[in-house]
Write a protein that binds this ligand. Structure first.
Ligand SMILES: *Cc1c(COP(=O)(O)O)cnc(C)c1O
Length: 501
């Protein structure tokens, strides 16, 4: 299987190269030349398999330059029981009228957010990829984070051989709990630094470092190569396909679904990575009726999927579901590539996006989008009300991102009348990661005290346990206190590469 650039199909590389490189030199994203399919026999075989066996099967179809043993070893390390004590992706089935909603809980990993599902596996895929193409190098992973990604990447790369990771976060741009998660990070190969500025400053600074000739020369001289862990890396996309197929197999195994029965998949969406994985799963043969794309007040995707016009020229809102506060959903480019089958078309749309902040797809693509997707958005007020409604109706706590998905699903059911199709809904964070807003929603009062007190109060009120990963942070020592300006970021890199590997 070869991977090619969405913007130039003549650029072709193997999976290891695509993972090590992250993004194409022309700015495009790596996409598989064809999407492999699963037969009815494959589904039958996976039905009674474990999560890791299903992951091995699915990944082997994409990572044809990896051996079976390599894939097995990567998957075993990523989804080990110490990392996911309750299993990688358990389902909670909620009663919903006469039917049910399968809530796919993707937050039982080390950092309590769905990014663990991919970022626990990516480091192992990356080290195997590096061995295949640049055997002698240590990978230096640079991350700019607005909160969740930084911590998940730190945990994923922690003590992984032949890797070091440096995370930059905006000094005043992350929540108290997110900051605490990062500055207490353990591991021999990790570093964290605050940036004077906002997320964009951190992001721009990291992009500049990747191409700074002096920094790159120093890296090379010390035996390092830059790599990236952001959500456009193929190695983050592939692990996300697995859990949709695995959840479907679980529902087949317990008799809730019949073979071949279609489901609706609802995904709270930001950068379009998670819902794109659901689309790939559908293309591989998963029976999906509609992909339901849920956004918060930043509704650029809702408008796009309804009208075919992508327009980022609009206000940016800071919401209570911050991981979905985004105006450019990078992974959408992969969907457009698959729908149009044309590098030239995608290149033109992406150029238009860069130059004018806007593009409009053709009528045929728009028809395909309408057939595949349904999209909706909701406000912070509706999100809080939804957390409360779900708690009162089903005694189930959901975080604000998951609540956006629940709320938009209800809009879908009301508008289309489709209440019969079974629902698989991606739940992307533990409610305890956003305990302040969840507490406000279920208690009706503004929370008081620090983040740990809020978590305790929420736990007492709802009789649900605080995840041990969050509880433990209170006792952990702060390891990282560095703060730098964007122009000082290169010194942080040079310091790290001059330390012993
Ligand atoms: C990253 C994130 C999302 C958005 O996922 P995308 O793949 O970027 O669409 C949703 N919820 C949470 C909690 C996240 O961390």
């Amino acid at each position: 299987m070869q991977y090619r650039s969405t913007r130039d199909f003549s650029v072709e590389v193997c999976a290891a190269q695509a993972i090590a490189q992250g993004i194409c030199e022309d700015g495009g994203l790596f996409v598989p030349e064809t999407i492999p399919t699963l037969s009815q026999a494959d589904f039958s075989a996976m039905r009674n398999a474990s999560y890791t066996e299903r992951a091995e099967k699915i990944l082997s179809l994409f990572l044809t330059d990896f051996s079976e043993a390599e894939i097995r070893s990567c998957v075993a390390q990523a989804y080990a029981a110490e990392k996911f004590p309750e299993g990688p992706a358990p389902l909670s089935v909620l009663q919903n009228g006469s039917g049910w909603i399968g809530v796919l809980e993707l937050w039982h990993g080390p950092t309590c957010a769905f990014k663990d599902m991919a970022l626990q596996l990516l480091p192992h895929l990356l080290t195997v990829s590096m061995q295949k193409i640049q055997a002698d190098k240590t990978a230096l992973i640079l991350v700019a984070t607005s909160g969740d990604t930084g911590k998940a990447a730190l945990e994923g790369f922690r003590d992984v051989p032949h890797t070091k990771i440096l995370v930059f976060y905006p000094q005043d741009g992350v929540s108290a709990m997110q900051k605490r998660q990062m500055v207490t990070q353990e591991g021999r190969n990790v570093s964290v630094c605050a940036i004077v500025g906002n997320f964009d400053d951190a992001q721009t600074g990291v992009k500049r470092l990747f191409t700074d000739p002096a920094v790159c020369a120093a890296l090379d001289a010390h035996g390092y190569a830059f790599s990236s862990a952001n959500s456009i890396n193929l190695g983050r996309l592939l692990p996300q396909i697995v859990y949709y197929i695995s959840a479907y197999c679980d529902l087949l195994a317990d008799g809730r679904l019949q073979e071949g029965q279609a489901v609706n998949i609802v995904v709270p969406t930001g950068n379009f990575g998670n819902i794109l994985a659901a689309y790939y799963a559908k293309r591989m043969g998963l029976p999906v009726h509609k992909l339901i794309c849920a956004s918060n007040q930043n509704d650029v995707l809702t408008e796009f999927l309804r009208t075919g016009v992508y327009d980022r020229n609009r206000p940016f809102y800071t919401t209570i579901s911050p991981s979905m506060d985004i105006l450019i959903s990078s992974n959408l480019e992969r969907l457009l590539s698959d729908l149009t089958g044309s590098d030239e078309t995608v290149r033109a749309w992406m150029r238009s996006l860069q130059e004018t902040g806007r593009y409009e797809v053709d009528a045929r693509t728009r028809e395909q989008l309408t057939a595949l997707f349904w999209a909706g958005h909701c406000s912070d007020g509706e999100t809080l009300a939804e957390i409360r409604r779900v708690y009162e109706a089903a005694h189930y706590l959901c975080d604000p991102h998951t609540a956006v998905a629940m709320q938009v699903y209800r809009q879908y059911a009301a508008e289309t009348g489709d209440t019969q199709t079974p629902v698989l809904l991606a739940s992307t964070a533990s409610p305890y990661k956003f305990a302040d807003h969840v507490l406000e929603a279920v208690s009706g009062a503004a929370p008081q005290g620090d983040a740990f007190e809020e978590a305790q109060t929420l736990s007492r009120l709802t009789e649900t346990p605080v995840p041990p990963q969050i509880q433990a942070l209170q006792q952990k020592a702060v390891r990282f206190t560095d703060v730098c300006t964007p122009s000082e970021m290169s010194q942080q890199v040079l310091r790290i590469i001059s330390e012993a590997p």
